[in-house]
Design a binder for this molecule. Structure first.
Ligand code: PMP
Ligand code: GLN
Length: 381
């Protein structure tokens, strides 16, 4: 049969986690924390299940959670979305991305993505019958070249997908990026924006997360996606959400209602309580991860791996050219199998990886003992 996703195999995250398991490697590959979920959240989930919150949630999300998301958005970004018309709870950011793309992309439409980009974007576009148009980010700073993005816009362009803080690089948009993006959208009324902000609270050194929600010109045209998996150390719970204007939310919900209908109900009750009762959790998340980043980078100085700057997110890119001539996929396999540390190559995030790029991604959302064990092995390279 003719397959719908001929270029797709098993994701690099699954492949590297499997390899790590087989070889007893310290897994700094797939991005997930190895520490506990906040105690209040666990207790709230337990209580929600015991109190009988176990049947279908409302399709758009439990009202208390949508209200908590709206209130939190106002506290963080000075804009309060309408919880009924503009906030939809989804089964992870992944589902929100899929739903948004399926909702607006028609067969033959073009969707601009900025490489390297998260691996779920292009399959979502392909399944909708669209065509991904890849515009490279700067290979060293991972900043967008807005003139190049603008040049890629055509009358068929339906959607532009952006991600800040960025996976895999940690790069973040600044005010100039927001201005360029706003101007681009103003000149291209046929284009919607999908802003993937799953690492919104993991930002360092006093930086401000430039959410699309802060800016009227952007939010009027945008699906803004986030994930509780990243903010509350529970990537396996798969709860996220999308904030979009009423007309776009209505279209997204048409897909969501037939994709999953609703998201795991007990967790929605638990997050509603957690967000309101402990806002300091997300307010302090940047400082929490900054301590991990700083300690890990300090330790990397004792290895031959050269750390790149990390403005946000929980990934550290390292240049391994002092260690190996292998391409990144081969290097990450070798590192996992021969040296017992699993990492993620960057090439799967690209249509055309920059030739000669020697970068690997290490996840530092880990306990000190995990990072120490990895560093001990990396010192021997
Ligand atoms: N976008 C980016 C940039 C991500 O890193 C991730 C998680 N790896 C997702 C989306 C998906 O988030 P979720 O696990 O909530 O589906
Ligand atoms: N988002 C995670 C990462 O970038 C992986 C998610 C997944 O395994 N699908 O590592």
């Amino acid at each position: 049969p003719q397959t719908r996703l001929p270029k797709v195999g098993t994701t690099i995250f699954t492949v590297m986690s499997q390899l790590a398991l087989e070889h007893g490697a310290v897994n700094l590959g797939q991005g997930f924390p190895d520490f506990d979920v906040p105690e209040r959240l666990v207790r709230a989930l337990d209580r929600a299940m015991r109190e009988g919150r176990n049947q279908y949630a409302p399709m758009t999300g439990v009202p208390a959670l949508r209200q908590a998301i709206a209130a939190k958005t106002e506290r963080c970004y000075g804009y309060r979305p309408d919880p009924d018309a503009e906030v939809t709870v989804t089964s992870g950011a992944s589902e929100a991305i899929f739903d948004a793309v399926a909702a607006v992309v028609h067969p033959g439409d073009e969707v601009i993505v900025l490489d390297p980009c998260y691996d779920s974007y292009e399959p979502a576009i392909d399944l909708a019958g669209g065509r991904a148009v890849h515009v490279p980010l700067d290979p060293r700073t991972f900043a967008p070249d807005w003139a190049a993005v603008r040049a890629a816009v055509t009358p068929r362009t339906r959607l532009l997908m952006v991600n800040s803080p960025h996976n895999p690089s940690g790069a973040m948009f600044g005010a100039a990026d927001i201005a360029a993006l706003g101007a681009l959208l103003a000149d291209a009324p046929q284009v919607y924006l999908l802003s993937d902000e799953v690492y919104e609270h993991i930002v360092f050194d006093g930086r401000v997360h430039e959410s699309a929600l802060r800016h009227r010109r952007l939010r009027e045209r945008a699906f803004v996606v986030s994930s509780f998996g990243k903010t509350y150390h529970c990537t396996g719970w798969k709860v996220g959400y999308c904030i979009a204007p009423p007309a776009l939310s209505a279209e997204l919900r048409k897909v969501h209602q037939y994709n999953t209908f609703c998201t795991f109900a007990p967790a929605q009750w638990a997050f509603a309580e957690m967000i309101e009762a402990e806002p300091e959790h997300y307010e302090r998340l940047g400082a929490f991860y900054q301590a991990k980043r700083d300690r890990f980078r300090e330790q990397l100085l004792g290895t031959k791996l050269k750390p790149l700057p990390v403005p946000g997110g929980y990934f550290q890119l390292v240049d391994y050219s002092a260690v190996s001539e292998l391409d990144d996929a081969a290097f990450c396999r070798w590192l996992t199998v021969e040296h017992g540390v699993a990492a993620i190559p960057l090439s799967p995030f690209y249509e055309n990886p920059p030739p000669g790029q020697r970068l690997a991604r290490l996840c530092f959302a880990k306990n000190e003992a995990t990072l120490d064990a990895a560093i001990e092995r990396l010192r021997k390279l």
